[in-house]
Design a protein around this ligand. Structure first.
Ligand SMILES: C[S@@+](CC[C@H](N)C(=O)[O-])C[C@H]1O[C@@H](n2cnc3c(N)ncnc32)[C@H](O)[C@@H]1O
Length: 261
């Protein structure tokens, strides 16, 4: 199996990856909310078009069928002690919130270890309801008991530390993660319309894999998962449909030096 490569093709068929060979899958699927992937956008409008490379506006049935195929492939390639972490959010469809709990149906044969809430400060504005300021991360393992979870690598300072009571000044982070969105002035910012922050994925990769492991992202976008994997001395494999994003990802990866961990 080739490692440290992003394929320019759909992840509905991942024939490049053998069964049982990936340690960790980290991804954020497309949401089917008509994001203009492959085009330069500003405030949701296309300002520079190179032609739509991927339609984020399928029928709901088509969309869910596409995800079903990708997640079936994910389960095929995942090792028995592997896990999959999926970042997904509520959608607004016909003025109604549609929460993403329907993805549970794809993972009946896996174990939901955490439903994490990623909380951030800013995002789309609205005066018709409260402003949306969180997304979810569903964490599933293949095995109920045997899975990688490096808690010591992701512990955080305990604000209520008392030397008479606790052995350590560090504690287990909660299931609510407060991490800033990638704002315009972040060095990591690209033109991808749905980029997730490196800091969010850093915790996932540290907790869910070990150095030398293989990390897969079937919806690679601008390459965030691969960049963080490389920085943390893991191998990456990815899939992406839009050539501009593949180039973006490869350019980001070139800038991760061997001494950049
Ligand atoms: C939500 S974005 C991922 C963004 C990524 N996490 C980042 O930080 O840049 C989803 C990506 O999946 C790509 N995509 C959609 N369907 C795909 C498929 N079937 N196979 C591979 N990539 C796909 C889209 O072009 C888009 O770049």
């Amino acid at each position: 199996m080739k490692k440290n490569i992003i394929y320019l093709k759909s992840s509905e068929i991942m024939s490049e990856i053998p069964d049982n060979s990936v340690d960790l899958i980290v991804t954020s699927p497309p949401y089917n909310i008509d994001i203009k992937y492959g085009n330069k956008t500003s405030k949701g409008k296309v300002v520079e078009s190179k032609g739509v490379k991927y339609s984020d506006k399928m029928s709901e049935e088509e969309y869910r069928e596409m995800l079903r195929k990708v997640f079936e492939e994910c389960k095929r390639v995942l090792k028995d002690n592997g896990s999959i972490w999926i970042n997904i959010k509520n959608r607004l469809i016909n003025d109604e919130i549609v929460p993403p709990f329907w993805i549970q149906e794809y993972f009946q044969d896996m174990y939901l270890k955490n439903l994490l809430v990623w909380n951030f400060d800013w995002g789309g504005s609205t005066n018709k309801r409260f402003a949306p300021r969180y997304e979810f991360i569903f964490w599933y393992t293949m095995d109920k008991k045997n899975y990688t979870f490096n808690l010591d690598d992701v512990k955080v300072p305990a604000l209520n530390y008392r030397p008479d009571r606790y052995k350590s000044q560090l504690k287990n982070p909660s299931d609510v993660w407060r991490v800033s969105m990638v704002s315009g002035n972040f060095a990591e910012r690209t033109n991808h319309p749905a980029q997730y922050p490196e800091r969010l994925i850093e915790r996932v990769i540290l907790a869910g894999s070990n150095e030398g492991d293989v990390v897969l992202d079937p919806f690679m976008g601008s390459g965030t998962t691969a960049v963080v994997a490389k920085k943390l001395k893991r191998n990456y494999i990815g899939y992406e449909l839009v050539e501009e994003y593949l180039e973006m990802a490869n350019n980001r990866l070139k800038n991760v030096g061997d001494d950049d961990e």
